[in-house]
Design a protein around this ligand. Sequence first.
Ligand SMILES: [Zn+2]
Length: 176
Amino acid sequence: MKTATTQTNIASALAAATAPTGKVHPLLADLPPAIPGLTARAVHVLEQIEQAKKDNPEISDFLGLVAEEIRKAGDSPAVIDNVLALISPKTACTEYGWCVETGEHFEHFSKYTAAPNPDAYGRDVICVGLIDFGEGVRVGLLDLDLTPAEARVRLAELRAHLDAVEALVAVAETDR
Ligand SMILES: [Zn+2]
């Protein structure tokens, strides 16, 4: 029954990989700029996989492959959803209607959304998601974890910026 044993090991290691650490999650701003498109959730899962590799050296290679898939995909909700589906029962979040996490969890993530037009390198622009790492709901925007009030201030600034952009476009249309 080697296969069954291996599956049990993998399942328990993945469970360990996504168990809450109680650690404050670093802001996306702390990431090296060479990793484009990773969501806060992807970064979070990658960190926990790294820890699980140390805790479960016998299946470190397998966990490494999972991490590599997540890194290769950049931001891949599909990969992460598959990994999370392996390790959590499909019970909906009991705290937030917007939370996409299932099973027992203490860190809440909403679906992630970005502007419909990525930049020339294919990176998402103005990525936004809701999170709660235990200190209340925050709006993940501009690589910051903002209170709703703070997010509204940033939004007003962004709207003003878009007006300035539109004014520049108008100059391009009219000036010689
Ligand atoms: Zn939740």
